[in-house]
Ligand binder design. Structure first.
Ligand code: CA
Length: 374
């Protein structure tokens, strides 16, 4: 990571000061601690504030930030704490990046694709339509150079990014009527934000962007014909199945969306190396926990929805093919406008192709057999 050498120099400086303090008490006493910087083992407490884009009620996603804070506090013997604020408490849900950039908070918990208005390439930190699955996205980010590419974009905003968990493939959402092919999307009023919304619009739908609490009443009174959200566990809580009985899959616009912790670089650089390592480890653990909670809770939630009369439907191959064509046309249009976007898009495309070739070889073949022989 680009800021590592700076952190290492600081760590060495801190360690030398620590050694001096051990060697001679006068040296330690004569130097004001603030000026010299404390040794790691006598590190002063650090308290950060975290602004989330998500409500407490979305416990799977929001819970990741709580895991992060709990683990950091435990690992640091209470010396590195993060106060976690749910969406809207400190700053509006979709202004978390701005709050990190301004230093209002040291860390933001959000989805980078909320900020494509600032730089369209930020979408690749989360996901784009017809992108990668959760595991593939994680592999590209953490091992395939994706995170380095994304961090080079975030540096322009004075911050860095850490993966904060993944919902896994989302559902296509709730529809009041059946959708057979792309023709049925003509004039369909659907709540679907972001790049998925842009593709739906290209396919003829009338797209609306509504906040979580406004969706149910709009669907109930017929102001919209359809909505997407996340998956069974989260969707059931919002009650969409009571007013739209067709539940479509897959959510091709979000096959593996990765959430993010955005960290202000000045705050990051001011941390001792040991706290940086703790943050990195706790963030990774929280991401694993978040994904596992979804994978554990979604099966039972879907079974419960089916018991209540929900009609499960799969998008037709014809619709999927039209949507994929439209999606890649859109991504290509964005790539020709910006060299950084092009660089990330090309690296991502190669990783995507390689990842699906491998997935279809063993994992998919095994999963298909297992699913067909339950
Ligand atoms: Ca969604």
């Amino acid at each position: 990571m680009s800021q590592d050498p700076i952190a290492r120099r600081k760590f060495l400086r801190h360690s030398l000061v620590g050694a001096a303090a051990v060697a001679g008490t006068t040296a330690a006493c004569s130097k004001p601690e603030q000026e010299a910087g404390p040794a790691v083992h006598t590190q002063k407490s650090v308290t950060w504030r975290l602004a989330s884009s998500f409500p407490r009620g979305l416990d799977t996603i929001f819970g990741a930030a709580e895991v992060l804070a709990e683990r950091l506090e435990a690992m640091s013997d209470g010396k590195f704490r993060i106060r976690v604020y749910p969406g809207g408490e400190l700053v509006p849900n979709l202004q978390v990046l701005d709050a990190v950039q301004q230093g209002t908070v040291q860390v933001g918990h959000t989805a980078s694709y909320y900020y494509i208005g600032k730089n369209p390439a930020l979408a690749f930190d989360t996901c784009v339509p017809f992108g990668m699955t959760s595991r593939q996205q994680t592999a590209w980010l953490t091992e395939g150079g994706g995170l380095d590419l994304m961090r080079s974009v975030f540096t322009d905003f004075g911050m860095t990014t850490f993966p904060a968990g993944n919902t896994g493939a989302q559902m296509g959402g709730w529809f009041k009527r059946e959708i057979s092919g792309p023709g049925d999307l003509q004039g369909l009023k659907m709540r679907i934000p972001g790049l998925g919304g842009q593709v739906m619009s290209r396919l003829g739908a009338t797209v609306q962007v509504l906040g979580g609490s406004d969706i149910y009443p709009a669907l109930e009174r017929g102001a919209i014909d359809a909505t997407e959200w996340v998956g069974p566990y989260d969707d059931a809580k919002l009650g969409f199945h009571k007013v739209a009985k067709y539940y479509y899959y897959p959510g091709w616009w979000e096959p593996g969306p990765s959430l993010s912790y955005l960290v202000n670089l000045k705050a990051w650089d001011a941390l001792p190396k040991s706290f940086q390592e703790m943050f990195t480890a706790a963030a990774a653990e929280s991401a694993t926990v978040m994904q596992a909670r979804y994978d554990h809770q979604n099966p039972a939630a879907l079974a419960e929805l089916l018991k209540e009369g929900v009609e499960l439907r799969q998008f037709s191959d014809e619709l999927m093919a039209a949507a994929q064509k439209s999606s890649f046309e859109m991504l290509e249009e964005q790539a020709v406008q910006d060299a950084t976007y092009r660089k990330i898009f090309d690296a991502w495309s190669k990783a995507r192709e390689d990842a699906y070739r491998w997935l279809s070889t063993a994992e998919l073949a095994y999963s298909r057999f297992a699913c067909e022989n339950l």
